[in-house]
Design a protein around this ligand. Structure first.
Ligand SMILES: *Cc1c(COP(=O)(O)O)cnc(C)c1O
Length: 412
């Protein structure tokens, strides 16, 4: 998929306007070829003996996307028991699923054990309970190295007062619990935040994990989480995975020698694999000129794509219907009854009512964060695979909104 003369190009030259015609608006479209090329890029970037790429499925949970990644050889990273169940339904072997919960109940962790998936624990008190209840079940330990990898405050999780992980400063305590209860630690994990821009910072965190790993015998893998950043604008910054891959792989191989065993090198990318495979298409309902601003109001809102409002995230916006017209300045807004602005003062080619706009980087944390706010239907999702388009989720209907509601007789 690329932006060509202001037009979107999906693999097989699928015309986005025809897709919107066929499936309606608004519409999420994902290009499977792009997901595959991102996956292969990561694979090539880390030349180690045992690389394990686990797709962090909270980014985009459609079961077909999970299966596509499974076909490519990925494992799965899950953060809830529901994601575990979807992963199993998608056909992942329990062994290829890592469950990394935070602040969940022991009951939920027990369900993950029942499902047979790998369990990542990020809290000493839970680890103690776990050790008592499941003395033989192997665990991974989520360590917080307190390296701040950047990103915004909502996604950065490595700072000192973060709720995530077991602080590296608690290593002696952790070690005591593990030894006393005879817990089988199979992996160590860190996930510091969502944007790695600086390989040096990342390597500093990795070094802390290596040093911690020397305290645990019988490890099977080290999991470095994610934080691979993709560009959200044409010249936007992204993680140089090739450079990171070179330096980390060299250091990792060296560490394995020191440790005396070839460990698995694990990553859990979400955004990197799916973000720029996706485009969100919406129709312009109104063009409204006020004394200071020209608004383009689309048939969507923060209910369908909340990242700009929630994270102040930037999504490039293009006019797919009128790509070569003269650009003008627009503020693109939604139809929700509160401020829901997708982009302020954007240069977009002349917008007419009825035009279709495309919002880029709509693969990760877009549909998966969508809601029914204002009682709107969530959109349909389409996957392009080998040049053909497949509907992978229907647009919702009124039945979906009313489905779980119970009408009590008093008011009927
Ligand atoms: C969200 C999450 C990821 C994926 O992060 P991205 O920025 O989408 O790559 C990986 N691991 C864990 C534990 C997460 O919570």
């Amino acid at each position: 998929m690329e932006l060509l003369n202001g037009q979107y190009r999906f693999s097989g030259d699928t015309d986005p306007l025809q897709l919107v015609e066929k499936y309606g608006s608004p519409l999420y479209v994902y290009d499977g070829e792009r997901i595959e090329s991102q996956y292969k890029r990561l694979q090539t970037a880390f030349p180690v003996k045992d690389l394990r790429i686990h797709y962090a499925c909270k980014a985009l949970t459609n079961i077909n996307i999970l299966r596509l990644l499974k076909h490519l050889g990925a494992g799965l990273d899950t953060v809830s028991i529901q994601e575990v169940w979807i992963g199993l339904k998608a056909g992942f072997a329990p062994n290829d699923i890592l469950y990394t919960p935070n602040c969940v109940s022991m009951e939920e962790i027990n369900m993950a054990v029942e499902a047979g998936v790998r369990v990542n624990i990020d809290n000493i008190s839970i680890l103690e309970q776990f050790g008592h209840e499941h003395p033989d079940y192997p665990v991974c330990l989520r360590i917080n190295p307190h390296i701040n990898a950047g990103g915004n405050s909502k996604i950065s999780v490595g700072h000192i007062d973060s709720k995530f992980g077991i602080s590296i400063h608690q290593l002696p305590h952790l070690k005591k619990v593990v030894d006393t209860l005879g817990i089988n630690v199979e992996g160590l994990h860190m996930h510091t935040g969502s944007d790695i821009l600086d390989a040096e910072v990342f390597l500093r965190g990795a070094e802390i994990l290596f040093q911690a790993a020397l305290h645990f015998e019988g490890l099977d893998y080290l999991d470095f989480g994610s934080g691979f950043k993709v560009a959200y604008t044409e010249n936007g910054v992204s993680t140089d995975v090739e450079a990171l891959g070179q330096s980390l792989s060299t250091r990792f191989t060296e560490f394995c020698e020191e440790y005396g065993k070839d460990l698995g090198l694990m990553f859990e990318p979400g955004k990197f694999l799916v973000s720029d495979s996706g485009v969100f298409f919406a129709k312009v309902n109104v063009v409204k000129t006020t004394p200071s601003t020209v608004f383009a109001g689309i048939d969507s809102g923060l209910n369908h794509l909340i990242r700009p409002m929630f994270y102040a995230a930037h999504h490039d916006i293009v006019n797919v219907s009128n790509p070569s017209a003269k650009p003008r300045i627009y503020t693109v807004v939604g139809y929700i009854c509160e401020t829901d602005t997708f982009g302020v003062n954007r240069k977009i080619s002349d917008i007419r009512e009825g035009d279709i706009l495309g919002l880029k980087n709509a693969g990760a944390y877009c549909y998966s964060m969508a809601s029914n706010y204002n009682s709107r239907f969530r959109p349909a999702e389409v996957l392009i695979h080998k040049g053909k388009d497949y509907l992978i989720r229907e647009r919702e209907t009124l039945d979906d909104l009313l489905n779980k509601q119970i009408e009590i007789p008093i008011f009927a």
